[in-house]
Design a protein around this ligand. Structure first.
Ligand code: PLP
Length: 286
């Protein structure tokens, strides 16, 4: 069934939605995005995603095209029009269409391109992968140095995902200067002796909205969280490993580069955090 999507102020059937070939997003990957999950027809962590979007736009000197309230309205309208119970809302804003190709940014009054669409994912919260976990390989992190900005430059993460597929595993963890940065599209954690370790925030990783919530819920539940880099060897020797993202919430990692983590099965800390995250974020869903 055709979705209703949003393009520059209009709600359209997906077949009728178009963007210019001169769009800076298409020619230069000059755009930012957000993915917000939907559970029970409501948006999870919306204020966090809206705040990070504004930060990404500011860092790239792009105009903020609409208020948080207007953005929320479009999200809600799309969820309603497409009857989404569990799934995602994808949002992308680019520097717009200057009418030609040029490396220099177009004049500041060039209208940004704003696109949103939904993806229906029934069973998102009850994902059976939470019961078995995923396997990952490590791969050099050769992405650019501003990974804190959520840009649409996703070629290397796509290549990393393909490397994982070729290795018959589910995902890849990026490694830079001997330390794990993050997963292809998620933040990563290990657990040793009850303590949760995750890389500290910097320009080296995306400041995950799910990460912020999970770290907060863990601390509120009296779990110890240490924010520092760790190596693949340390992760392989941990009791548990897991990752977080808006579309996966919290999921266990049971094998890294062919070595089982802990017992090689999902551990109690990841399970508890998944439960806590789903419970608490649903309460705050809008
Ligand atoms: N790190 C990267 C590189 C990502 O692409 C993502 C999500 O797409 C995340 C981390 C997790 O961020 P969030 O929890 O806000 O989805």
């Amino acid at each position: 069934m055709s979705r209703t999507v949003y393009v520059n102020g209009e709600y359209l059937p997906e077949e009728e939605a178009t963007v210019s070939i001169f769009d800076r997003g298409f020619l230069m990957a000059d755009g930012v995005y957000e993915v917000t999950s939907v559970l029970g027809g409501k948006l999870i962590d919306f204020p966090g995603h809206a705040a990070r979007l504004e930060r990404s736009l500011n860092e790239l000197e792009m105009a903020v095209p609409m208020s948080t309230e207007e953005l929320l309205e479009v999200h809600r309208e799309l969820v309603a029009r497409n009857g989404i119970d569990e799934g995602l809302v994808y949002l992308q804003i680019t520097r717009g269409n200057p009418g030609d190709r040029d490396f220099a940014f177009p004049p500041a009054d060039t209208k940004p391109t704003v696109v949103l669409f939904t993806q229906s994912k029934p069973g998102l919260a009850a994902n059976p992968v939470a019961q078995v976990g995923i396997k990952v390989i490590s791969i050099p992190d050769i992405r650019w140095g501003r990974r804190d900005i959520k840009t649409v430059q996703l070629l290397y993460p796509s290549m990393a995902k393909m490397a994982a597929k070729k290795a018959h595993v589910d995902d890849a963890w990026f490694v830079e200067d001997g330390f794990v940065t993050e997963g292809t599209s998620n933040n990563v954690y290990i657990v040793k002796g009850g303590k949760i370790v995750t890389r500290d925030l910097s320009n080296d990783i995306l400041h995950g909205i799910t990460r912020a919530a999970v770290v907060r819920f863990a601390r509120e539940a009296q779990m110890e969280v240490e924010e520092r880099p760790f190596t693949i060897e340390e992760a392989q020797g941990a009791d548990e490993a897991f990752f977080t993202s808006a579309s996966a919430f919290v999921l266990p990692v049971v094998e890294i580069d062919g070595k089982a983590v802990g017992t090689g099965t999902p551990g109690p800390v990841a399970a508890r955090l998944r439960e806590l995250y789903l419970e608490e974020s649903l309460k705050a869903a809008v």
